[in-house]
Every structure is written in C-alpha cells, then in structure tokens.
Design a protein around this ligand. Sequence first.
Ligand code: AMP
Length: 400
Amino acid sequence: MKDINVLVINCGSSSLKFQLINSSSEEVIAKGLCERIGIEGSQMTYTPAGGEKYETKTPMEDHRTAIRLVLDALVDKDKGVVKSLEEIGAVGHRIVHGGENFASSTLITDEVIKAIEECNDLAPLHNPANLIGIRACQELMPKTPMVAVFDTAFHQTMPQEAFLYGLPYHYYEDYKVRRYGFHGTSHSYVSRRAADVLGKDYGELKIIVCHLGNGASVSAVKNGKCVDTSMGLTPLEGLIMGTRSGDIDPAIIEFLCNKENKSVQEILNVLNKESGVFGMSGGFSSDFRDLEKAYRAGEAFAIRTMQTFAYRVAKYIGAYTAAMNGVDAICFTAGIGENSPFIRTMIASYLGYLGITLDEEANAKRGEEIAISTPESGTKVLVIPTNEELAIARETAALV
Ligand code: AMP
C-alpha cells in the first residue's frame, strides 16, 4: 500500500467531521469535528494523535471557512501534525448518494461533480453539503487528488427484484425511483472483516450485517456482493431507528395529514425526526443507553419500544436468510450493535431456528471484534466495530 496521508472529510449540512489517516500504517494522525457551520456558536474540536483535545469557538460562516480552519490546525506549528499541506497526499470525501451513476469509489473530476449534482434530488440534505466540501477542498488544495466514496455504491449489486418497488415501472425509468441503500461503506468494511475473522473466503460466504446506530440498516451480502439492504430511495426505509420510523404503510402519511391538519412535508419531518425509538417511547430518548435503563426499571414505554426495535431487526434477518437461502454469519456493528449486549441478546432470542446460541461472557464485551456465538452455533454471530473513515482512506489511497 502507498505511504500517503489521506484527509477523510465527511460534510453534513452544518457539520464537518475529519480524520487524517496514514495509508500505510493506517494510523489516525489527527481527527476532529466542526459544528454549527453557518450558525451562531460554531466550534471546532481537534485532536492530534497522542495529544490533548483542542476546542476552538470561532465563527464559521461556511464550509470553506471550516476546512480552512481544519487545514490550519493540521499544519499549526504547535498542535499540527504535518509541516505543510504537501504532506497530505489525497482527500477522500464521503458522498451520501451516488444514485445509479456510481457502483464504486472514483477520482473526482468535473464530470464526477456533475454526476453527483444530478443525485441532489435524491438526497437534498446531504449531497449539496458533500459538494460544498469537495469544492472548498479543491479551492484550498488545488493540486491534491480527491476521491468520492459513496454510501450507496456497495449496494449497486442488488438484483432488480431487491431494488424495485411495486410502483408503475415508468417511475423508475423517469425518475429513478428505486431502492438504493445507505451505510454501504460500513456494510462493505464489516462483511469483509467478518470473512477475515472467520478465516474464510469472502467470495463464498452468506453474511448479514446489522448496522445499528442512530441510523440503522441491515444488509445481505452473498459471495462478496450485496444482494439486499433495508434502506431505500432514502435512509427512511427499513429498521426502526433513533428518530426515523423505518417501514410504515405509506397510506399513514395522508391519514395523519388529515387528522393533524398538517402538510406532507410536516408529516415527513415527524417520520424523520420525531419517530423511531424516540417517538415510540413518547419522546423519552433516542439514546439506547437511556432506554435500556428504563427497560430494566420496568417502564412499559421502554419495554414496548425495545421489543419492537429488536423484533424488526429479527424480521429482516429472517427475510435475508431466505433471500440468500441460508446464512453463515450475522454481524453487529455501529453504536448500538457494538455496545449493547442487551439488544444483541434480544435479537438473538428470535434466532433459535438458525441454531444460534450466544456465549454470554463474549457477548458481555463492548466495542471489541469478537465472536459472540458459542462454538456449537450453526450460524456464527460476530461483533465487528465499523470504521468508515479507514475504509474511505483505503479506497482513496488505492485510487490516487
Ligand atoms: P452511532 O450512530 O453509530 O454513533 O450510534 C449511536 C447510538 O449508539 C446511540 O443511540 C447510542 O445510544 C448507542 N450507544 C452507544 N453506546 C451504547 C451503549 N453502551 N449501550 C447501548 N447503546 C449505546
């Protein structure tokens, strides 16, 4: 592998996460976060490897200003980690939606930027922010190669029976209304790691990845290719999430518009921001740590919420086992998947038909790459911490 420093950039509408990673040692040299970009009270946190965390409150009127601050911190003579920007060999940008235009990561050119712009309609909150990040980096580092890594790319191998909706076909032809899936970088990274952990050939395994974080999705990976995933045209479909509803009967939208005298936009806002475990728990919390405490205290709202969450995950596992005609390994990842033995146990309680039993001692661990099923288990259950930034850095280094 080449020895370059890759700056990984993940631009949200008002935030920017970054990591500088060395492609050969895979060490994180520095990392941080800019928040409230374009809003009063902007602040940056920056942590050089082995050093203390710096917090700076500076106005950031736009993403360009934020990236300028990040680059200044990286070359700063006291807290910096490189002598000049020339020591940054490439930039890897996380792009949320690549539509059908991108089935893999790609070097950023003017045509690529245009093709990403064409997907703005499909991810109106995310893609424009991602593009602002690309343009700002290009202005400040005009000679540095940049790579786009798409959340949707890994899922482009889904067959049409998995990606088509039961809608008039011309909506797909005219507007590309289909299922795309998200969290692809994570599903790809975790499924590959699963093959390594099992010491088996990635191309010969049936793997189900449960990415359970604030956003949550499941994917079915057969012989190294994604064959189905739970998110759809947008990241609203599928599992019950922190604040997103996941699958619902689409007729509910009109029903609620009429009952509450609200617009479609307002109800969609409820489905995205006020639903999921947050909404189900009556607005108690979207954080599983809080819900788990309330569950243990016997609170009915927490019991119904967590049971429904776990049941939905188990249903998807069943569906994907059918889709692949079997499953060799089920992986848990992301905030909840990596850290909640409680939720993993709840989900596994539905999986006896796969011959799964959990090793209680292994399952009690958090955030470790570990097999949590017993050696006798028919299907292996693994916890694999995801690392989207490292995956983006690898893809970037491989392309420049
Ligand atoms: P992510 O989006 O991957 O950062 O995951 C965020 C979610 O992980 C939040 O809902 C947290 O409540 C959850 N989480 C983090 N740590 C724990 C933990 N120790 N137990 C349960 N859930 C956790």
